[in-house]
Design a protein around this ligand. Structure first.
Ligand SMILES: Nc1ncnc2c1ncn2[C@@H]1O[C@H](COP(=O)(O)OP(=O)(O)O)[C@@H](O)[C@H]1O
Ligand SMILES: [Mg+2]
Length: 367
């Protein structure tokens, strides 16, 4: 069971949007998920279309009265996603449990005593670093920090990281931290510069793709529906799906090696059967190595020839670029785009001519 807190003391940076949509995307990958709403505003609860009138017991009763989490969990319209709801009453919790012993570990205790089993627990935190966020960070083993590209976000980040470090020291457990850039506007130079700075600063701790600005994401919340249901063909859904894939990739790093057959009729040379690329649970990994390249993208039949659409990128320090493409077994033509220039895959001798008079690389993935 992975327990992930979504935290940032800044409001409006995409915590709730991330909590709602990652849980929904995980359920589409057959994971069972519990979303714990630790924000008195109850936006995650509302985002799953749970109305205040339907809520009897809530996370408040778990924290204040020690009621079992199992007894407050509600079903949602999404199979495999349950919610431990919150209501505005939660805003008084700081005073209500001020004198309780172990007041920072009450959520941790409740999760430990949970009878139902989930693959993932996600905890949506309020926009402050009070007792509720501390309870969430204490209960979690991982934290995702959504970060919108603004000066104020970078400013507050230091404080949050300080809190995580204090918690790590105090609790003796190390929170795995990852930064998730949100509301990214590729057309804005300032946003690109902030993103580059954040990437450089948090190298190795940052998701490889940002969540782009997408109005459908805000619309979907008001319809009480995750983006996967409301607008499956939107940028917002693609981005959160890609981030989910990246999360799943951390589950089991074991790479299944599948043989790569070759469409012998399409090529005249004998092609090697094995390449450096391989098939994982999350898709096919294409590998390109060029220490001098600033930007490597991939496009092919699998993503409508839109460079990097739906692709997860992992860039190693030695100039190796790994492109993880969530595709089913089948045959695909593709090309790399290196700093704007289209090239065939140098590690794949299988090429077919295309209608522009040049060649595409060809891969056939066995099931
Ligand atoms: N990628 C995005 N594109 C456009 N709007 C977004 C995006 N992510 C979040 N929003 C909107 O921004 C507002 C704040 O997001 P929210 O997830 O509620 O932040 P937080 O929980 O951190 O306060 C909401 O109206 C939400 O719909
Ligand atoms: Mg929120």
């Amino acid at each position: 069971m992975r327990i992930i807190a979504i935290a940032n003391q800044k409001g409006g940076c995409g915590k709730t949007t991330t909590a709602i949509n990652l849980t929904a995307c995980l359920s589409r990958r057959d994971r069972t998920v519990l979303l714990i709403d630790m924000d008195p505003q109850g936006h995650s609860t509302l985002g799953y279309n749970i109305r205040t009138e339907e809520i009897g017991l809530s996370i408040y009763h778990v924290l204040k009265e020690g009621i079992s989490l199992d007894d407050v969990i509600l079903n949602t319209r999404i199979q495999n996603v349950k919610v431990a709801p919150s209501t505005i009453v939660l805003s008084t919790i700081e005073q209500d449990i001020a004198n309780f012993p172990e007041k920072e570990g009450r959520l941790h205790h409740a999760i430990n005593n949970l009878k139902r089993v989930f693959d993932y627990i996600m905890i949506d935190c309020p926009p402050n670093l009070g007792l509720l966020s501390i309870n969430a960070l204490r209960a979690a083993s991982e934290v995702i920090i959504p970060l919108d590209a603004s000066f104020f976000s970078l400013h507050g980040l230091g404080k949050l990281i300080e809190t995580i470090e204090v918690l790590n020291r105090r609790t003796g457990h190390k929170l795995e931290t990852s930064i998730l850039p949100t509301m990214h506007d590729r057309r804005s130079r300032f946003a690109r510069e902030v993103l580059d700075e954040v990437k450089a600063h948090f190298k190795g701790f940052i998701f490889s793709i940002p969540v782009r600005r997408c109005s459908k994401l805000s619309e979907s919340v008001s319809f009480g529906s995750p983006i996967s249901e409301y607008a499956p063909n939107s940028i917002g859904h693609w981005d959160y799906s890609g981030i989910t894939d990246e999360l799943l990739l951390q589950e089991e790093p074991s790479v299944r090696t599948h043989s790569i057959a070759v469409l012998s009729s399409a090529i005249s040379i004998d092609a090697p059967k094995a390449m450096v690329s391989g098939y994982t649970d999350n898709g096919f990994i294409f590998i390109y190595r060029d220490p001098g390249a600033a930007e490597v993208k991939i496009a092919g039949d699998f993503n409508d020839w839109i460079p990097d659409k739906g692709v997860i990128t992992i860039r190693e320090d030695d100039g190796t670029w790994k492109k993880i493409v969530p595709i089913q077994p089948g045959s695909y033509q593709y090309k790399f785009c290196i700093d704007g220039d289209w090239k065939e895959d140098p590690s794949n001798p299988n090429i077919v001519s295309n209608r522009y008079g040049s060649y595409n690389s060809l891969v056939i993935i066995d099931s």
